[in-house]
Design a protein around this ligand. Structure first.
Ligand SMILES: C[S@@+](CC[C@H](N)C(=O)[O-])C[C@H]1O[C@@H](n2cnc3c(N)ncnc32)[C@H](O)[C@@H]1O
Length: 260
């Protein structure tokens, strides 16, 4: 049976050093589409564009509010959690949130799906361009309510949040197609692969899947390996803290660790 517990900080650190050592830059890329990603999407995005979202992150980090949080990604039971702790530990850092925003912009996505809204900060990056419609799923209603107040504050009317366990809400979300699908919740082997399977119906050949924390645990590394080997997958990019997956059959097969 696969081990569920996350790697320790030390283990992650060592893995990250190895990734930094192995990862290549754009000049080692063969596939023109992956080269384009390395050349045009990876270089850092405009920080100014997201400064209001970052003000919200800062505010949440200082919050004194405490929640009864239903931890769907782990035990599935109620735990007492400080909003400040969630804001500090559970959200994608600005560097990666900006990259996600840039992927949406560069590929001119019109429909985006996120699994795992939490406090809604990364959702705000995905929805920065007001012509993009973002659907986000979140299990816990107390964090989803805070996320909604963040989006209201930022003036995002282009985000719709479906509250409840993914096991119940995913069916509601996959009634349409998405250009970008970002999976950032329930970091375990079986659910990650099951969501990927279920989501195929909501994908077209140009859809880009992004998996969060692909080196978070042995199970997530197994999930990432199986996704790379999946016959529906053509190319993947391992950026260590996220993995990018292309399913376009027109692409040549290439699996790369790119420096980021
Ligand atoms: C890592 S946080 C998401 C962070 C967010 N994407 C960001 O970067 O700002 C993961 C979220 O997924 C939710 N989640 C995990 N497993 C879930 C499940 N099975 N059903 C519904 N929500 C789930 C958790 O409640 C948590 O808020």
């Amino acid at each position: 049976m696969a081990i569920t517990k996350p790697y320790s900080v030390l283990q992650i650190g060592l893995k990250y050093i190895k990734y930094k050592w192995r990862a290549v830059n754009k000049h080692a890329v063969h596939s023109p589409r992956i080269f384009e990603f390395a050349d045009k999407v990876l270089p850092s995005a405009n920080k100014q564009k997201y400064k209001e979202a970052e003000k919200e992150r800062k505010r949440l980090k200082k919050s004194k509010q405490v929640l009864d949080f239903v931890d769907y990604g782990k035990s599935g039971t109620i735990v007492v959690k400080a909003v400040s702790e969630i804001a500090k530990k559970s959200l994608k850092p600005p560097k990666y949130a900006r990259l996600l925003g840039k992927i949406v912009d560069y590929y001119e996505a019109t429909n985006v799906l996120e699994l795992g809204a939490s406090l809604g900060i990364t959702t705000a990056y995905l929805a920065q361009n007001k012509s993009v419609a973002v659907t986000t799923l979140e299990g816990d209603s107390s964090v989803a309510n805070i996320a909604q107040s963040v989006w209201n504050q930022l003036g995002h009317t282009n985000i719709s949040c479906i509250i409840g366990p993914f096991e119940k809400t995913l069916d509601k979300a996959i009634t349409q197609q998405y250009d970008i699908i970002y999976i950032d919740g329930n970091h375990k082997l079986e659910p990650t692969l099951r969501y990927f399977d279920q989501l195929q119906i909501a994908a077209h050949s140009g859809t880009i899947f992004i998996f969060d924390d692909i080196h978070y645990s042995k199970q997530m590394e197994q999930a990432w390996q199986q996704i790379k080997e999946d016959e529906r997958v053509t190319s993947t990019i391992d950026l260590f803290f996220i993995g990018v997956v292309f399913i376009d059959p027109a692409l040549s097969k290439e699996h790369l660790e790119l420096r980021y």
